[in-house]
Design a protein around this ligand. Structure first.
Ligand SMILES: *Cc1c(COP(=O)(O)O)cnc(C)c1O
Length: 347
């Protein structure tokens, strides 16, 4: 029998209870509107299959992926008709695949509308652009014949600045209302995680949180509702004592001021623990905060273990990764912090 590879020395602890709890909290804040879930980019790095199975158990019935291929992770888990593909069909093959499986494309352009109709049509979503100028049908084109022929389930738009209180939110909402008045559809949707907090006028019949499901907090009001979901864990590979004046890591950016105990953990920038954490990150163990020292390397990071004499080779540390704080320290966005987490983590 072939030997199974041993478990990795780094893993993501995913708190399924917190994930389900965050969805329920956002569903509560969404009032009468149903609450979906953005699970694109491998469920924001959490693992799409795991995330969708937890969210479906919690009661979620609308899932959003970006690429057609991302459905491969969800096969057998949820009915294809509950999954929307945000990028829409780029090729006739995309449209034919969507039609064959029963996935809903999100139609973003007139060409996409044509592709979908030529593939046989059926339920789809429509994204109208109300300010982002990114992906979505321009308002000037919503009266087109091809659009009228679509069988629109969710008529949606996407907010550019939902985490800020700026006039653009209301301007986008009004354009979305205009689109609603001009088209027939089953449900309307505007709010991402932060947009839910803008109030029921922004909800329509469906909200589409992503980030906050996974512990992201982009508006103060969410602080009391959202719990941390993702905890990066790495094992200590080696421990040594160094003398004052000795350095740690590439380019000797850290120099010991006194004798100290240094651990090397199996986590590096190739895992998404980027060099911005050099000299700034903190590892946690039983309530103790152990500073990252020196430069983060590709596969390894140095940690000051002076305050944790009991820890040695094979013990595990948790990277401090509460998203709002981690974003402030690292200067990465909460979205980047999640989606960076690499393939070497066991999830
Ligand atoms: C990613 C995405 C969402 C989720 O946004 P969050 O800010 O992560 O809550 C909602 N709608 C669309 C169209 C998206 O692309």
């Amino acid at each position: 029998m072939p030997a199974k590879p041993p478990p990795a020395a780094l893993r993501l602890d995913i708190d399924g209870e917190a994930l389900a709890g965050n969805w329920r909290a956002l569903a509560g804040l969404s009032g009468k509107a149903a609450t979906g879930a953005a699970v694109k980019a491998d469920g924001y790095g959490v693992g799409a299959r795991r995330a969708v199975s937890v969210l479906a158990d919690a009661g979620c019935r609308d899932f959003f992926i970006a690429h057609w291929r991302e459905f491969a992770d969800l096969e057998g888990l949820v009915a294809p008709g509950t999954v929307s593909v945000l990028h829409g069909p780029l090729t006739p093959e995309d449209a034919a695949y969507g039609k064959a499986i029963g996935l809903k494309p999100v139609i973003n352009t007139l060409r996409q509308a044509q592709l979908w109709l030529e593939a046989g049509g059926g339920p789809c979503d429509l994204m109208v652009d109300t300010a982002m100028n990114r992906l979505g049908l321009p308002m000037a084109e919503i009266g087109d014949e091809a659009v009228k022929r679509l069988e629109i389930d969710v008529l949606m738009s996407h907010l550019a600045s939902a985490e800020e209180d700026v006039p653009l939110n209301e301007r986008q909402r009004q354009k979305w209302e205009e689109a609603k008045a001009a088209l027939s559809f089953r449900r309307s949707s505007l709010a991402n995680s932060a947009g839910i907090l803008l109030g029921s006028a922004y909800h329509g019949e469906l909200t589409r949180p992503g980030l906050s499901l996974y512990g992201g907090i982009q508006r103060r009001e969410l602080e009391t509702h959202i719990r941390q979901v993702v905890r990066p864990m790495a094992a200590i590979l080696q421990v040594r004592e160094i003398e004052a004046g000795e350095s740690v890591g590439y380019n000797a950016t850290f120099v010991a001021a006194q004798r100290m105990r240094v651990g090397t953990i199996a986590l590096g920038y190739a895992d998404g623990y980027l060099r911005c954490w050099s000299g700034k990150g903190v590892m946690l163990s039983q309530g103790r905060r152990l500073p990252v020292i020196g430069r983060v390397s590709m596969d390894l990071t140095g940690v000051d273990l002076t305050g944790a004499p009991d820890l040695g080779e094979g013990d595990w540390l948790e990277a401090e990764y509460s998203l709002p704080q981690a974003a402030t320290v690292s200067r990465l966005s909460q979205y980047e912090l999640l989606t960076l987490l690499g393939r070497r983590f066991s999830r």
